[in-house]
Design a protein around this ligand. Structure first.
Ligand code: PNW
Length: 457
């Protein structure tokens, strides 16, 4: 049993406790009720692109079980639920004709959340671009800023009275690094020339959607980025330079333009002749006042100089480190460092931790109905404690969304990695709250104070 601590875990009043998911990872039935295909439907159905050929055709069947899932959230005492909308359910061709049945699905979900006292946090884009727009060049087409603002407007008009926290993009870095540079994620391109263009257009789309929100919406809108703090593997100049490159590429590439209106200078060196000159006016569109930033934090990287393209930097495995099933080191201090760095670099903006969690090999559901996942409890507890440290250091952290509410489809890794606090049986689709869900429920109920209690193992 882990011993109690004497820390007084006081969280600010109004600190919001929740959990997160994304449309493609949980919904299933991607073509139901008139929806158009997304790039992820297409990618997953292309042989060889996902582990075991796994697709989102069924996923957690949340498209039909959403009421049951909201009931589970309520049972656990969640105060907030972060989910994403599938663009091609709303606009099957990406622009133009609105599919009202698709809109109804999210409208009912939002009503059900509100009826259960759960605040919705809506992400417009969590990676599932309408395939019809990819056929027109996707994020490589400058028109994407108009497409995205049009899509946003449809949702703002339909839901802004009920949804008060909006997110434009989830993790533009993963979208471009995975989708346009290394090809492991949809649409599966590998091009050093495309990656900076896709990144830049994503940020223009973000800016256009925020602008449209200011005209239509009355509440809050922000951007979600994944941050992985970089620490040098040695005190050599080569490793220090590699660390700076990796940090600029992963952590500053999107926050700098969104909040400071410029790119970090390292990007030009990293991409060389593939880095274009962007029109100065674009930055006026990209840098919009935001109400908050969401940070997704999973791990750090200890960085050394390597030959890898384009960064010439790579992660060094820590011999004494603890690693999760996705090969990510458990490093809670990195979350404190990240939040403090964010405040020091970008100022006093409110921050939400919009994703944090871990994949572990969980045991099967036991005869007593429990799923014993002590490693996940330990992970969540240490990261919540790290957030508490950041708050004590003056960072304005407003809430925490555990990744993920449910075990789900981990993109190209299929169903092989389980991040949920609720176990999903992929045969019967039965849901079983894991020990971590019960534990988290107690943390929420005590508004964090129970973090000083001994763990239940
Ligand atoms: C996030 N990285 O993805 C996504 O927002 C989720 O949809 C996903 O399920 C979750 O994290 C777990 O993977 C990331 O390589 C993927 O740094 C890769 C990275 C970060 C986040």
């Amino acid at each position: 049993m882990t011993r109690p601590t004497d820390t007084d875990f006081t969280f600010p009043e109004g600190f919001l406790w929740g959990a997160a998911t994304a449309a493609h990872q949980i919904e299933g039935s991607p073509l139901a009720d008139g929806a158009g295909p997304s790039i992820w439907t297409r990618f997953a159905h292309t042989p060889g692109m996902t582990l075991n050929g796994d697709t989102g055709d069924v996923a957690c069947d949340h498209y039909h079980r959403w009421k049951e899932d909201v009931a589970l959230m309520r049972e656990l005492g969640l105060q907030a639920y972060r989910f994403s909308v599938s663009w091609s359910r709303i606009l099957p061709e990406g622009t133009g004709r609105v599919n009202h049945k698709g809109l109804d699905f999210y409208s009912c979900l939002v009503d059900e959340l509100l009826a259960n006292g759960i605040e919705p946090l809506l992400t417009l884009y969590h990676w599932d671009l309408p395939a019809a727009l990819d056929d027109r060049g996707g994020w490589l087409n400058r028109d994407c800023a108009d497409w995205f603002a049009e899509y946003g407007r449809v949702l703002y008009r339909a839901l802004d009275g009920r949804v008060k926290k909006w997110v434009t993009l989830n993790e533009p870095w993963v979208i471009t690094d995975g989708g346009y540079l290394h090809g492991a994620l949809a649409p599966g391109h590998r091009s050093r020339f495309e990656a900076p263009i896709a990144s830049h257009n994503l940020m223009r789309a973000h800016g256009a959607a925020v602008q449209a929100y200011r005209a239509e919406g009355k509440h809050e809108i922000g951007l979600v980025v994944n941050i992985e703090p970089k620490y040098p593997a040695s005190d050599s100049t080569a490793d220090a330079d590699a660390t700076r490159r990796a940090h600029a590429y992963m952590n500053e590439q999107y926050l700098h333009p969104a909040l400071l209106g410029r790119y970090p200078p390292e990007l030009k060196d990293i991409f060389g002749d593939a880095w274009p000159e962007f029109p100065e006016d674009d930055f006026k569109l990209i840098v919009q006042p935001l109400d908050f930033v969401g940070i997704n934090y999973y791990t750090r990287s200890v960085t050394a100089a390597t030959d890898s393209y384009p960064l010439k930097a790579g992660a060094v495995r820590q011999p004494l480190g603890t690693y999760t099933e996705t090969g990510w080191e458990v490093f809670p201090q990195g979350l404190t460092d990240t939040l403090v760095w964010f405040k020091d670099t970008y100022g006093e903006l409110p921050v939400y931790v919009t994703e944090n969690g871990a994949a572990f090999f969980d045991p099967a559901v036991a005869e007593d109905g429990r799923v014993r996942d002590p490693l996940r409890i330990d992970y969540l507890r240490k990261h919540l404690s790290a957030i508490h440290d950041a708050i004590a250091a003056g960072v304005d952290v407003r809430g925490y969304m555990a990744w993920s509410l449910l075990d789900n489809l981990e993109w190209s890794l299929g169903y092989s990695k389980r991040f949920g606090i609720i176990h999903v049986n992929y045969g019967t689709l039965e849901r079983t709250p894991k020990d971590s869900a019960r534990w988290y429920s107690g943390i929420i109920e005590s508004h964090g104070r129970a973090l000083s209690d001994p763990l239940p193992y």
